[in-house]
Design a protein. Structure first.
Length: 361
């Protein structure tokens, strides 16, 4: 086939969009998530095929031999701009949030994909307010779960959240109800997420391209000073080894986002990896070693004193009862370096394999 004048081979079953991506063609998408079945809802990915009267959605159209495709023409770009203007016209605060050609105000703390619509709106210099009329989306700010903000006034009905919950999480916790401007994302009986089968994995939040679903814990950091930085690491909670990005603002950890290119998780996380990180900066976290005095009361000590005391205790236990008297269980809340060190301590220090990690559970 030929894409934008370039001849290219394709594998059976590949879509035009997938081939175009391989060629680094920048075809815009909104309802597309490479981990999900193509949906064909937003039509932003339209391309022209020679011999066909109308543009087709490249994400749902299979490549065929001899096909001649154009991904960028003036007509396609105008079409995409109009589609975006229709989408944002029924989006709350679209005028403010997606000011024509200006960077968006959707806070990137909302989720990993939350900037997709606003970035496209800026790229296509959309004219907010060009289309007036009814608005869909019914915010569920009354949902008092601690993790997920359901701000559906920003929803564009791409259904990525519903599809990721079905296809990737297998949870089917959320669904689409209603038609047209009455379409809405809901749980069974239109209740709250905590009363549904939701496991709070956060996958819906991280795929949402508008920030309509948002990470409540991350949003606590909206007013913190400092730049957002992402640091790639591996979740220590279990043996799956999910890749995550730790999001920091200034010197504070403010969120965890899944790595979509993580080989073990491909963007998925469980509730622990996604939301259970408060212990890192918890006020009650020990900052000074404590040793117990003869009176049995713990008091602050220096690291040297505490380490000497611990070493004495371990030596005494091993001398009196043998090396197998010592058994260590490393915490899944500790960094990998600590897990490595504690197994080294047991294996090299005591010559046993009496070591485990709670993340094996
Ligand atoms: S958090 Fe996970 S389980 Fe809950 S609705 Fe979202 S995708 Fe489904
Ligand atoms: S909540 Fe987000 S992901 Fe779900 S349909 Fe709306 S815009 Fe799409
Ligand atoms: S990305 Fe192809 S129709 Fe939405």
């Amino acid at each position: 086939m030929t894409i934008d004048g370039q001849k290219v081979d394709f594998a059976p079953g590949e879509t035009i969009y997938e081939v175009a991506r391989r060629l680094d063609r920048d075809v815009p998408t909104l309802c597309y998530d490479p981990r999900l079945e193509p949906f064909g809802a937003c039509r932003l990915c339209v391309v022209e095929i020679e011999g066909q009267a109308r543009p087709v959605a490249s994400c749902t159209t299979k490549a065929t031999a001899g096909m001649v495709v154009r991904t960028v023409t003036d007509a396609l770009e105008a079409h995409r701009r109009t589609l975006l203007e229709l989408v944002i016209s029924e989006n709350r605060d679209s005028g403010d949030a997606f000011g024509a050609g200006t960077p968006a105000h959707v806070d990137p703390l909302r989720g990993a994909s939350s900037q997709e619509l606003s970035t496209l709106a800026a790229r296509y210099r959309v004219r907010p307010g060009r289309h007036a009329g009814a608005h869909s989306g019914h915010s569920r700010r009354d949902d008092d779960n601690p993790f997920i903000l359901r701000d559906y006034d920003l929803c564009i009905s791409c259904y990525r959240c519903v599809r990721v919950c079905d296809e990737r999480e297998g949870d089917h916790a959320i669904h689409v109800g209603g038609r047209g401007f009455e379409s809405r994302i809901l749980t069974e009986f239109e209740g709250h997420l905590a009363d549904s089968s939701c496991t709070f994995c956060g996958q819906c939040v991280q795929t949402c391209p508008t920030g309509a679903l948002a990470d409540k814990k991350a949003l606590r950091a909206v007013d913190l000073p400092g730049e957002l930085t992402k640091t790639r690491t591996i979740c220590p909670y279990c043996g799956v080894g999910c890749s995550v990005d730790i999001v920091t603002k200034g010197d504070r950890m403010v969120a965890v986002q899944p790595a979509f290119d993580g080989p073990a998780n491909e963007g998925a996380l469980c509730v622990k990896g996604q939301f259970a990180w408060d212990h890192v900066q918890h006020d009650e976290r020990l900052r000074t070693p404590l040793v117990r005095g003869a009176d049995g009361v713990q008091r602050p000590a220096t690291w040297d004193e505490a380490l000497d005391r611990a070493a004495d205790g371990f030596r005494r236990a091993a001398a009196e009862h043998g090396a197998k008297a010592v058994y260590a269980i490393a915490s899944g809340r500790a960094p990998h370096e600590s897990a490595y060190t504690i197994q080294k301590f047991i294996r090299a220090g005591f010559g046993t394999n009496y070591i485990d990690n709670c993340s094996r559970a």
